[in-house]
Design a protein around this ligand. Sequence first.
Ligand code: GH3
Ligand code: MG
Ligand code: MG
Ligand code: MG
Length: 315
Amino acid sequence: YILKENRFSYEYAVRLVKRLQRNKHVKVLVADDSVVSRKFVRSLLEQHLYQVIEADDGLSALDVLNTQEDIQLLITDYNMPGLDGFGLILKVRERFTREEMAIIGLSSDDDQSLSARFIKNGANDFLKKPFVHEEFHCRVLNTLDSLDMVRRLWEQANLDYLTEVYNRRYFFSRFEPQLSTLNQKQTAFSVGLLDIDFFKKVNDTYGHDIGDEVLIEFAQRLKQFFGQHFVVARFGGEEFVVAFKGLNGSKAFTLLDKFRANLAASPIKTSDGELNITTSIGVASLTGDSLDNLIQRADKALYDAKESGRNLVCI
Ligand code: GH3
Ligand code: MG
Ligand code: MG
Ligand code: MG
Protein backbone atom coordinates (compact mmCIF):
# COMPACT_ATOMS: atom_id res chain seq x y z
CA TYR A 1 0.00 0.00 0.00
CA ILE A 2 2.77 2.35 0.91
CA LEU A 3 4.43 1.95 -2.47
CA LYS A 4 1.13 2.37 -4.28
CA GLU A 5 0.22 5.50 -2.36
CA ASN A 6 3.13 7.56 -3.53
CA ARG A 7 3.78 11.28 -3.07
CA PHE A 8 4.00 11.48 0.68
CA SER A 9 6.48 12.41 3.35
CA TYR A 10 8.53 10.12 5.52
CA GLU A 11 6.56 11.31 8.54
CA TYR A 12 3.29 10.28 6.89
CA ALA A 13 4.74 6.88 5.98
CA VAL A 14 5.71 6.28 9.61
CA ARG A 15 2.21 7.20 10.80
CA LEU A 16 0.67 4.95 8.17
CA VAL A 17 2.83 1.97 9.11
CA LYS A 18 1.96 2.43 12.78
CA ARG A 19 -1.72 2.53 11.91
CA LEU A 20 -1.55 -0.53 9.65
CA GLN A 21 -0.08 -2.47 12.57
CA ARG A 22 -3.05 -1.58 14.77
CA ASN A 23 -5.91 -1.48 12.28
CA LYS A 24 -6.96 -5.09 12.50
CA HIS A 25 -8.22 -4.21 16.00
CA VAL A 26 -10.01 -1.05 14.86
CA LYS A 27 -13.71 -1.39 14.06
CA VAL A 28 -15.24 1.00 11.56
CA LEU A 29 -18.99 1.21 10.97
CA VAL A 30 -20.04 2.31 7.49
CA ALA A 31 -23.63 3.59 7.20
CA ASP A 32 -24.83 4.18 3.65
CA ASP A 33 -28.01 3.21 1.79
CA SER A 34 -26.14 2.85 -1.49
CA VAL A 35 -24.64 -0.62 -1.78
CA VAL A 36 -22.10 0.56 -4.33
CA SER A 37 -20.89 3.41 -2.15
CA ARG A 38 -20.81 1.16 0.94
CA LYS A 39 -18.81 -1.56 -0.79
CA PHE A 40 -16.41 1.02 -2.17
CA VAL A 41 -15.74 2.51 1.29
CA ARG A 42 -15.39 -1.02 2.66
CA SER A 43 -12.79 -1.92 0.05
CA LEU A 44 -10.77 1.23 0.81
CA LEU A 45 -10.88 0.52 4.54
CA GLU A 46 -9.93 -3.11 4.02
CA GLN A 47 -6.91 -2.04 1.97
CA HIS A 48 -5.74 -0.51 5.23
CA LEU A 49 -6.73 -3.62 7.20
CA TYR A 50 -9.60 -2.12 9.24
CA GLN A 51 -12.44 -4.31 10.54
CA VAL A 52 -15.50 -3.09 8.65
CA ILE A 53 -19.15 -3.37 9.68
CA GLU A 54 -21.89 -2.21 7.29
CA ALA A 55 -25.32 -0.69 7.93
CA ASP A 56 -27.75 0.22 5.15
CA ASP A 57 -29.40 3.15 6.95
CA GLY A 58 -29.30 5.25 10.11
CA LEU A 59 -31.54 3.02 12.20
CA SER A 60 -29.64 -0.16 11.48
CA ALA A 61 -26.43 1.74 12.26
CA LEU A 62 -27.88 2.51 15.71
CA ASP A 63 -28.72 -1.18 16.12
CA VAL A 64 -25.11 -2.08 15.36
CA LEU A 65 -23.90 0.48 17.92
CA ASN A 66 -26.19 -1.09 20.52
CA THR A 67 -24.78 -4.55 20.02
CA GLN A 68 -21.13 -4.05 19.00
CA GLU A 69 -18.60 -2.79 21.50
CA ASP A 70 -15.75 -0.43 20.84
CA ILE A 71 -16.44 0.95 17.40
CA GLN A 72 -13.88 3.72 16.96
CA LEU A 73 -15.07 5.30 13.76
CA LEU A 74 -18.45 5.82 12.10
CA ILE A 75 -18.45 6.82 8.44
CA THR A 76 -21.93 7.94 7.50
CA ASP A 77 -23.72 9.08 4.40
CA TYR A 78 -26.09 12.07 4.59
CA ASN A 79 -29.13 11.04 2.52
CA MET A 80 -30.54 7.79 3.87
CA PRO A 81 -34.14 6.63 4.29
CA GLY A 82 -35.56 6.48 7.82
CA LEU A 83 -32.86 8.19 9.82
CA ASP A 84 -30.47 10.36 7.81
CA GLY A 85 -26.82 11.12 8.57
CA PHE A 86 -27.58 14.15 10.76
CA GLY A 87 -30.24 12.29 12.74
CA LEU A 88 -27.80 9.43 13.21
CA ILE A 89 -24.90 11.51 14.50
CA LEU A 90 -27.13 13.49 16.87
CA LYS A 91 -28.21 10.16 18.38
CA VAL A 92 -24.65 8.84 18.46
CA ARG A 93 -23.38 11.98 20.19
CA GLU A 94 -25.89 11.46 23.01
CA ARG A 95 -23.86 8.39 23.91
CA PHE A 96 -20.32 8.95 22.65
CA THR A 97 -18.16 12.07 22.82
CA ARG A 98 -15.88 13.12 19.97
CA GLU A 99 -13.06 11.57 21.97
CA GLU A 100 -14.78 8.21 22.35
CA MET A 101 -15.93 7.72 18.78
CA ALA A 102 -14.97 9.62 15.67
CA ILE A 103 -17.45 10.36 12.89
CA ILE A 104 -16.75 11.21 9.27
CA GLY A 105 -19.69 12.44 7.18
CA LEU A 106 -20.01 11.63 3.48
CA SER A 107 -22.30 13.05 0.86
CA SER A 108 -22.63 13.44 -2.87
CA ASP A 109 -25.19 16.23 -2.33
CA ASP A 110 -24.17 19.53 -3.96
CA ASP A 111 -25.32 21.57 -0.96
CA GLN A 112 -22.22 23.62 -0.04
CA SER A 113 -23.24 23.95 3.61
CA LEU A 114 -23.24 20.20 4.26
CA SER A 115 -19.66 19.95 5.52
CA ALA A 116 -20.17 22.70 8.11
CA ARG A 117 -23.52 21.25 9.17
CA PHE A 118 -22.00 17.80 9.57
CA ILE A 119 -19.27 19.19 11.79
CA LYS A 120 -21.68 21.35 13.82
CA ASN A 121 -23.83 18.27 14.42
CA GLY A 122 -20.90 16.35 15.88
CA ALA A 123 -18.86 14.91 13.01
CA ASN A 124 -15.08 15.14 13.28
CA ASP A 125 -14.64 15.50 9.53
CA PHE A 126 -16.45 15.42 6.19
CA LEU A 127 -15.76 14.13 2.69
CA LYS A 128 -17.61 15.05 -0.47
CA LYS A 129 -18.33 12.13 -2.82
CA PRO A 130 -16.75 11.36 -5.18
CA PHE A 131 -13.37 11.60 -3.47
CA VAL A 132 -9.97 10.31 -4.44
CA HIS A 133 -8.59 7.33 -2.50
CA GLU A 134 -5.68 9.28 -1.12
CA GLU A 135 -7.88 11.92 0.47
CA PHE A 136 -10.05 9.26 2.06
CA HIS A 137 -7.05 7.50 3.58
CA CYS A 138 -5.52 10.75 4.84
CA ARG A 139 -8.71 11.91 6.51
CA VAL A 140 -9.32 8.56 8.18
CA LEU A 141 -5.71 8.47 9.35
CA ASN A 142 -5.85 12.00 10.77
CA THR A 143 -9.13 11.36 12.51
CA LEU A 144 -8.02 8.11 14.13
CA ASP A 145 -4.60 9.50 15.10
CA SER A 146 -6.33 12.36 16.94
CA LEU A 147 -8.58 9.87 18.69
CA ASP A 148 -5.54 7.84 19.76
CA MET A 149 -3.79 10.94 21.02
CA VAL A 150 -6.75 11.94 23.18
CA ARG A 151 -7.00 8.39 24.52
CA ARG A 152 -3.31 8.37 25.39
CA LEU A 153 -3.63 11.70 27.17
CA TRP A 154 -6.65 10.42 29.07
CA GLU A 155 -4.76 7.31 30.12
CA GLN A 156 -1.74 9.30 31.23
CA ALA A 157 -3.98 11.54 33.32
CA ASN A 158 -6.15 8.83 34.85
CA LEU A 159 -4.19 5.57 35.08
CA ASP A 160 -1.36 4.72 37.42
CA TYR A 161 1.84 4.49 35.43
CA LEU A 162 3.23 1.39 37.17
CA THR A 163 0.18 -0.79 37.83
CA GLU A 164 -2.22 0.51 35.16
CA VAL A 165 -5.16 0.65 37.57
CA TYR A 166 -6.87 4.04 38.02
CA ASN A 167 -4.92 6.68 39.90
CA ARG A 168 -5.91 8.91 42.81
CA ARG A 169 -6.85 11.78 40.51
CA TYR A 170 -9.34 9.57 38.65
CA PHE A 171 -10.84 8.30 41.91
CA PHE A 172 -11.61 11.80 43.16
CA SER A 173 -12.69 13.18 39.81
CA ARG A 174 -15.12 10.27 39.42
CA PHE A 175 -16.68 10.19 42.89
CA GLU A 176 -16.44 13.79 44.14
CA PRO A 177 -19.16 14.99 41.72
CA GLN A 178 -21.43 12.06 42.66
CA LEU A 179 -21.21 12.59 46.39
CA SER A 180 -24.09 14.99 47.00
CA THR A 181 -26.45 12.75 44.99
CA LEU A 182 -25.25 9.63 46.81
CA ASN A 183 -25.87 11.40 50.12
CA GLN A 184 -29.24 12.81 49.10
CA LYS A 185 -30.54 9.50 47.82
CA GLN A 186 -28.86 7.70 50.69
CA THR A 187 -27.25 5.28 48.24
CA ALA A 188 -24.97 2.82 49.97
CA PHE A 189 -21.34 3.71 49.25
CA SER A 190 -18.29 2.25 50.97
CA VAL A 191 -14.56 2.34 50.43
CA GLY A 192 -11.82 -0.08 51.32
CA LEU A 193 -8.31 1.23 51.83
CA LEU A 194 -5.62 -1.42 51.42
CA ASP A 195 -2.00 -1.14 52.46
CA ILE A 196 0.52 -3.93 51.86
CA ASP A 197 2.09 -5.17 55.09
CA PHE A 198 5.84 -4.68 55.66
CA PHE A 199 6.32 -3.66 52.05
CA LYS A 200 9.51 -1.79 52.89
CA LYS A 201 11.00 -5.16 53.81
CA VAL A 202 10.26 -6.49 50.30
CA ASN A 203 12.19 -3.58 48.82
CA ASP A 204 15.01 -3.89 51.34
CA THR A 205 15.36 -7.65 50.91
CA TYR A 206 14.74 -8.16 47.18
CA GLY A 207 15.25 -4.72 45.68
CA HIS A 208 12.98 -2.05 44.28
CA ASP A 209 12.33 -3.89 41.00
CA ILE A 210 10.90 -6.91 42.78
CA GLY A 211 8.90 -4.47 44.91
CA ASP A 212 7.48 -3.08 41.68
CA GLU A 213 6.59 -6.57 40.47
CA VAL A 214 4.70 -7.19 43.72
CA LEU A 215 2.80 -3.91 43.29
CA ILE A 216 1.86 -4.82 39.71
CA GLU A 217 0.66 -8.29 40.68
CA PHE A 218 -1.17 -6.98 43.74
CA ALA A 219 -2.99 -4.41 41.59
CA GLN A 220 -3.78 -7.10 39.02
CA ARG A 221 -5.35 -9.30 41.67
CA LEU A 222 -7.40 -6.39 42.98
CA LYS A 223 -8.63 -5.69 39.48
CA GLN A 224 -9.47 -9.33 38.90
CA PHE A 225 -11.31 -9.65 42.18
CA PHE A 226 -13.19 -6.34 42.24
CA GLY A 227 -12.68 -4.61 38.91
CA GLN A 228 -15.76 -5.86 37.10
CA HIS A 229 -18.16 -4.15 39.49
CA PHE A 230 -16.10 -1.68 41.47
CA VAL A 231 -13.48 0.98 40.89
CA VAL A 232 -9.94 0.03 41.93
CA ALA A 233 -7.33 2.78 42.21
CA ARG A 234 -3.77 3.16 43.44
CA PHE A 235 -3.69 5.91 46.02
CA GLY A 236 0.09 6.09 46.11
CA GLY A 237 3.04 3.91 47.21
CA GLU A 238 1.70 0.53 48.31
CA GLU A 239 -1.75 1.86 49.14
CA PHE A 240 -4.85 1.10 47.07
CA VAL A 241 -8.53 1.94 47.30
CA VAL A 242 -11.68 0.12 46.18
CA ALA A 243 -14.94 2.07 45.84
CA PHE A 244 -18.05 0.01 46.53
CA LYS A 245 -20.96 1.92 45.07
CA GLY A 246 -24.20 0.25 46.17
CA LEU A 247 -22.63 -1.73 49.02
CA ASN A 248 -22.90 -0.99 52.72
CA GLY A 249 -19.90 -1.35 55.01
CA SER A 250 -20.58 -4.90 56.12
CA LYS A 251 -20.98 -6.21 52.56
CA ALA A 252 -17.78 -4.43 51.51
CA PHE A 253 -16.11 -5.86 54.60
CA THR A 254 -17.08 -9.43 53.62
CA LEU A 255 -15.69 -9.05 50.08
CA LEU A 256 -12.50 -7.40 51.26
CA ASP A 257 -11.92 -10.06 53.87
CA LYS A 258 -12.23 -12.71 51.17
CA PHE A 259 -9.66 -10.87 49.09
CA ARG A 260 -7.38 -10.56 52.12
CA ALA A 261 -7.63 -14.29 52.86
CA ASN A 262 -7.02 -15.24 49.19
CA LEU A 263 -3.94 -13.08 49.06
CA ALA A 264 -2.52 -14.50 52.27
CA ALA A 265 -3.09 -18.03 50.92
CA SER A 266 -1.58 -17.58 47.45
CA PRO A 267 1.96 -16.22 47.24
CA ILE A 268 2.85 -13.62 44.61
CA LYS A 269 5.13 -14.86 41.83
CA THR A 270 8.09 -12.60 41.10
CA SER A 271 11.23 -13.10 39.03
CA ASP A 272 12.98 -13.76 42.36
CA GLY A 273 10.57 -16.54 43.38
CA GLU A 274 7.30 -16.59 45.28
CA LEU A 275 6.68 -14.11 48.08
CA ASN A 276 4.11 -14.28 50.84
CA ILE A 277 2.34 -10.95 50.89
CA THR A 278 -0.42 -9.80 53.20
CA THR A 279 -2.48 -6.65 53.33
CA SER A 280 -4.24 -4.66 56.02
CA ILE A 281 -7.54 -3.05 55.11
CA GLY A 282 -9.72 -0.29 56.51
CA VAL A 283 -13.39 0.02 55.54
CA ALA A 284 -15.75 2.97 55.93
CA SER A 285 -19.13 3.87 54.47
CA LEU A 286 -20.71 7.15 53.55
CA THR A 287 -22.84 8.78 56.23
CA GLY A 288 -23.77 12.11 54.67
CA ASP A 289 -20.27 13.54 54.88
CA SER A 290 -17.51 14.37 52.38
CA LEU A 291 -15.30 12.05 50.36
CA ASP A 292 -12.28 13.32 52.29
CA ASN A 293 -13.96 12.43 55.58
CA LEU A 294 -14.91 9.01 54.27
CA ILE A 295 -11.32 8.31 53.27
CA GLN A 296 -10.11 9.61 56.64
CA ARG A 297 -12.39 7.17 58.42
CA ALA A 298 -11.18 4.30 56.22
CA ASP A 299 -7.61 5.37 56.99
CA LYS A 300 -8.34 5.31 60.70
CA ALA A 301 -9.75 1.77 60.33
CA LEU A 302 -6.64 0.80 58.34
CA TYR A 303 -4.49 2.11 61.19
CA ASP A 304 -6.50 -0.07 63.60
CA ALA A 305 -5.87 -3.10 61.34
CA LYS A 306 -2.12 -2.41 61.42
CA GLU A 307 -2.15 -1.90 65.20
CA SER A 308 -4.12 -5.12 65.75
CA GLY A 309 -1.45 -7.21 64.05
CA ARG A 310 -1.87 -6.71 60.24
CA ASN A 311 -3.40 -9.13 57.66
CA LEU A 312 -6.77 -7.93 58.94
CA VAL A 313 -9.80 -5.94 57.84
CA CYS A 314 -11.18 -3.33 60.26
CA ILE A 315 -14.31 -1.23 59.97
P1 GH3 B 1 3.32 -1.37 57.15
O1 GH3 B 1 3.03 -2.81 57.33
O2 GH3 B 1 3.22 -0.61 58.41
O3 GH3 B 1 2.49 -0.77 56.07
O4 GH3 B 1 4.85 -1.27 56.70
P2 GH3 B 1 5.41 -0.89 55.27
O5 GH3 B 1 6.83 -1.29 55.24
O6 GH3 B 1 4.57 -1.48 54.23
O7 GH3 B 1 5.16 0.65 55.24
P3 GH3 B 1 6.02 1.88 54.85
O8 GH3 B 1 5.02 2.98 54.58
O9 GH3 B 1 7.05 2.13 55.89
O10 GH3 B 1 6.73 1.49 53.51
C1 GH3 B 1 6.17 1.67 52.27
C2 GH3 B 1 7.26 1.50 51.28
O11 GH3 B 1 6.75 1.46 49.96
C3 GH3 B 1 8.26 2.62 51.30
C4 GH3 B 1 8.49 2.97 49.85
O12 GH3 B 1 9.86 2.95 49.51
C5 GH3 B 1 7.79 1.86 49.11
N1 GH3 B 1 7.25 2.30 47.83
C6 GH3 B 1 6.42 3.30 47.57
N2 GH3 B 1 6.15 3.39 46.25
C7 GH3 B 1 6.83 2.40 45.64
C8 GH3 B 1 6.98 1.95 44.28
O13 GH3 B 1 6.39 2.51 43.34
N3 GH3 B 1 7.78 0.90 44.06
C9 GH3 B 1 8.43 0.25 45.08
N4 GH3 B 1 9.20 -0.80 44.77
N5 GH3 B 1 8.34 0.64 46.34
C10 GH3 B 1 7.56 1.70 46.65
MG1 MG C 1 -27.53 7.99 0.51
MG1 MG D 1 1.83 2.71 53.38
MG1 MG E 1 2.57 -0.83 54.05
